[in-house]
Design a protein around this ligand. Structure first.
Ligand code: SF4
Length: 473
């Protein structure tokens, strides 16, 4: 994953840029980067390793004065990338996932293009985007070329001497929102970055929209369109509770999702409702409000140092983070039957080894797990996830039922089928819990509140969304 922030101001905005980008730190834990324009362009990139973004950047930029800058946090690659080309000098940051990065790079190398910025021995997709843009006659046309060439998703910010080009992914899978305060304009992936910095939201960019932002205002270069497939996971899991996407607040949607789960769970015998911190908490609040059971906190996160457990890049680091960050409170757990809301279950190993086990060890009488989305059946092919089929606990359960890996899993997608029930029961046994009931897709979509056609639901139903090959809309 990755998150973007930019500001163009009548005043020095270096500090604003750092704080604004810092509010995106939950979107990536590997790299942080800033580019600013003073007399010249300057670029700062740090390996984050779960360190504090602010600490890393305040030292290196404390003497810098600028009235325009872009920032990002990213899991995949080092950015910003700086390019000097026939369309001028620019620094660029991107978010999303370009699936065909290697084939596009091969094509371009045949035409003599060179790549210098590699991430983990792969072509850096931000550099690829930069070079596609640099090859066109204008930056705007370059961005349109990027949209026409890539498969996957790409939102981007480009810092130039004329202002900051802002473009939202052609299918709106990732968010970009415009804001303003007294003397500046800003854009962000996460609107939680706006409120404490005094920005009010202007609006979400349309899918495919391109604007040029400077300290005097925002000029629309291409208004984009209304066909969108926004990542549903933004509201259910990856987004910050205080953030809005398409004007819809994550916390409120999580509460609704929890309420809908509770409605289908009438008569459950439990003493308390809890959420796996942090993203399970609002789902649990909603469940508690609907069921009338008390919301309590048997597990608390040691917030000063631990980020999200899925964000670290290796399994070993994910395990350490998962083990250390949650601390069980025996006094809340002992002798109680718990309903435990979790945002989603990917591999299941962390939930089993580092959450459920802690609850049993602290004396839980029963553990009823309620994931806030349906079983994850397909890896993400549009945003920024490294999941593979074989990592998904659902696929492992299906393999156990079928005796082999199968391509067509359609029977397992329907929550009313016997095969679905069998799969869920295998996962329940694997997790070592009393009961397991997933959110159903219809209720998740109802909780989000957008029409299904405007959402990407590929993770759950495998629908090859429009834009998989960015065909014309
Ligand atoms: S495939 Fe899943 S994670 Fe990826 S954009 Fe679609 S809903 Fe989001």
């Amino acid at each position: 994953m990755s998150g973007l922030f930019a500001v163009a101001s009548k005043q020095n905005c270096a500090e604003m840029l750092i704080y604004g980008t810092d509010y995106h730190a939950h979107m990536g834990s590997e790299y942080g980067g800033l580019a600013v324009l003073g007399q010249d362009f300057a670029r700062f990139i740090h390996r984050m390793n779960n360190a504090n973004f602010r600490d890393k950047f305040f030292d290196s930029t404390k003497d810098f004065e600028t009235n325009m800058g872009i920032g990002c946090v990213s899991d995949l690659e080092e950015q910003p990338v700086y390019i000097k080309s026939k369309v001028g000098e620019f620094c660029i940051v991107t978010s999303g996932r370009i699936v065909n990065v290697e084939s596009l790079a091969d094509e371009m190398m045949k035409d003599g293009v060179c790549f210098s910025e590699f991430s983990k021995f792969h072509v850096n997709s931000t550099e690829l985007v930069a070079r596609i843009i640099a090859d066109e006659d204008t930056i705007e046309n370059g961005i349109k070329k990027v949209f026409s060439k890539i498969k996957g998703s790409c939102s981007l910010l480009i810092l130039t001497r004329q202002g900051i080009y802002v473009a939202r992914d052609f299918f709106g899978r990732t968010a970009l929102v415009l804001g303003k305060n007294e003397d500046s304009f800003a854009v962000c992936s996460e609107t939680c970055s706006f409120s404490n910095l005094g920005y009010e939201t202007i609006r979400d960019l349309n899918p495919g929209e391109i604007v040029l932002m400077n300290e005097n205002g925002i000029k629309i270069l291409d208004k984009g369109h209304n066909t969108k497939q926004v990542c549903s996971f933004l509201w259910i899991y990856t987004g910050f509770p205080a953030s809005n996407y398409e004007g819809l607040n994550s916390e409120i949607i999580r509460e609704k999702s929890g309420r809908l789960l509770a409605k289908r769970d009438k008569g459950i015998d439990a003493d308390l409702v809890a959420g796996v911190p942090d993203s399970g908490l609002a789902h649990a609040v909603g469940y508690a409000m609907e069921s009338g059971l008390p919301f309590r906190r048997p597990l608390v996160k040691y917030t000063p140092t631990y980020g999200r457990s899925y964000a670290p890049p290796t399994q070993h680091l994910r395990n350490i983070t998962a083990k250390m960050k949650l601390v069980a409170i025996k006094e809340v757990i002992n002798g109680n039957s718990l309903v435990l809301l979790e945002d989603s279950i990917v591999r299941g190993t962390q939930l089993k080894n580092f959450t459920v086990e802690k609850l049993w060890n602290a004396g839980a009488k029963a553990i009823h797990v309620r994931p806030a989305c349906p079983p994850l059946m397909f890896p993400c092919i549009y945003a920024n996830s490294t999941r593979t089929n074989s990592e998904l606990v659902t696929r492992r359960a299906i393999k156990e039922i079928e005796g082999k890996d199968i391509e067509d899993v359609s029977e397992y997608l329907d929550h009313t089928t016997e095969k679905y029930a069998k799969m869920v029961d295998i996962i329940r046994k694997y997790l070592n819990i009393t009961s397991l009931k997933y959110q159903i897709l219809e209720d998740m979509i109802e909780a989000i509140g957008l029409p299904e056609k405007d959402l990407c639901t590929h993770c759950w139903n495998g629908k090859q969304c429009r834009g998989c090959s960015n065909e014309k809309i």
